[in-house]
Design a protein around this ligand. Structure first.
Ligand SMILES: Nc1ncnc2c1ncn2[C@@H]1O[C@H](COP(=O)(O)OP(=O)(O)O)[C@@H](O)[C@H]1O
Ligand SMILES: [Mg+2]
Length: 405
């Protein structure tokens, strides 16, 4: 099994997927724009060979370079978990006749309007929506969408340039603030909780599935620097709260004809219990959520994904034993971290339920949470009962302060 893996060193979790591939016996050919020495040890140890390209920007040049490097070796998979290189991965699959997502399938998971259209065409609930390249088009879409509305980039990430608009004045102001964005999505604003539905699939079959719950909602978080984000992996995904999203997720995967690999869908749960589609990516969730899923089931999904991708099976037991909460801390104050206030007491109280704590060490500069998703550190706590898991998670949100000055 020969696998070409794009960007084995970046983003942060890629080396763990490389390690997973090598653990299931694949020969992994990494292609990246970093020097080999810069790769994390899991990537360096997991790779059979590595090609450093000068840049990924010139697609035909990269394809030619990879072709020369492989010298006729047969390739079974081309894998890429980084949004930015997903088209290149599809081009390589088409060039080397490798199974997996084609360019046209990739377009659907990269373009928020095409994906919503495909989901809507399958009869599933999506927000009223439309695409806009000009201010006038945006106003036309708004006519259909109504207030409250949301304005966001069509291929955005991380809630950047995303605005809720309650009236015409806020809408016009959002259009002003997004003038630099080439193409916008204008949507009906859905009130409700925001959750994920994540899977590992092979040949159209769901082998592992997950629901997690964002607290607070990502857009609120992006606008509120003092809040610690919590992401709760739910143990019982067939309970009343997550179930509508699982059902929606199954429909979405069918509608998109997704076959093999990780998927990460976001959905809204209205107070009436309806699931409304948000977006879907043909890749794993970011923000350490794969780690949180691992802690919930005591498994290694990096390896599980590799096994599913290479051999179409998932031999670990994916049953979740816990609800697992992932908490990201943001330091208070500027400058250097001086204190992890409250940590000792929290560990005394909840230590046996704390799976992992990694904070910016004392004496180091605080980090910019706009650039580093984990901010000033991440904590995983877990408990079989959801109410207890939430209580412990809240305690780490409220009673732990990373103090900088
Ligand atoms: N139709 C909508 N209704 C309510 N909130 C929305 C809607 N679309 C986006 N949001 C908010 O904005 C955030 C970012 O939007 P999303 O489409 O997920 O883009 P990305 O995560 O790529 O930035 C969402 O997580 C959600 O909090
Ligand atoms: Mg999103």
């Amino acid at each position: 099994m020969n696998v070409v893996y794009l960007s084995p060193g970046f983003p942060a979790e890629m080396p763990l997927f490389v390690r997973g591939l090598s653990q299931v016996g694949a020969a992994v050919y990494g292609v990246g724009d970093q020097p080999e020495e810069a790769l994390a040890v899991e990537a360096r140890e997991g790779l059979t060979d590595y090609l450093q390209v000068a840049s990924f920007d010139d697609e035909p040049a990269v394809v030619a370079e990879i072709r020369r490097w492989l010298r006729g070796k047969s390739i079974d998979r081309v894998e890429c978990m980084w949004e930015r290189l997903m088209y290149l991965a599809a081009t390589l699959r088409e060039t080397f006749s490798v199974p997996g997502m084609s360019r046209s399938q990739t377009a659907i998971v990269r373009d928020k309007e095409s994906m919503k259209q495909a989901v809507e065409d399958a009869g599933l609930r999506v927000p009223r929506h439309g695409r806009a390249r000009t201010v006038n088009e945006a106003r036309e879409v708004l006519e259909r969408v109504g207030f409250p509305a949301i304005v966001k980039p069509i291929d955005g990430a991380g809630s950047v340039d995303t605005f809720r608009c309650n009236d015409q004045e806020e809408f016009e102001s959002a259009l002003q603030k997004t003038r630099h964005v080439e193409e916008l999505s204008v949507e009906e604003f859905i009130e409700g909780e925001e959750l994920t539905y994540d899977t590992v699939c092979a040949e159209g079959e769901v082998l592992f599935e997950n629901v997690s719950w964002y607290r607070p909602k990502p857009m609120v978080l992006a606008q509120s620097p003092w809040i610690s984000m919590q992401n709760i992996v739910l143990r019982d995904i067939h309970d009343e709260f997550p179930r509508p999203g699982v059902e929606l997720g199954h429909g979405v995967l069918r509608a998109l004809g997704f076959t093999t690999g990780f998927t990460h869908m976001e959905w809204f749960r209205t107070d009436a219990g309806e699931a409304v589609f948000g977006e879907i990516g043909g890749r794993p969730p970011g923000a350490r959520l794969v780690h949180a899923m691992n802690y919930a089931a005591d498994i290694d999904l990096f390896r599980g994904w590799a096994e599913a991708t290479c051999y179409g099976r998932f031999s670990q037991d994916g049953t979740k034993r816990y609800n697992a909460a992932m908490i990201f801390k943001r330091a208070q104050g500027d400058g250097v971290v001086r204190e992890h206030r409250g940590l000792d007491e929290l560990l005394r109280r909840y230590g046996s339920h704390v799976a992992s704590v990694e904070l910016t060490p004392i004496g180091q500069p605080r980090r910019d949470w706009r650039k580093v998703v984990v901010g000033d550190g991440w904590i995983v706590v877990r408990h079989p009962e959801l109410a207890h898991c939430l209580e412990i998670s809240e305690a780490f949100v409220n009673d732990l302060l990373v103090v900088a000055d």
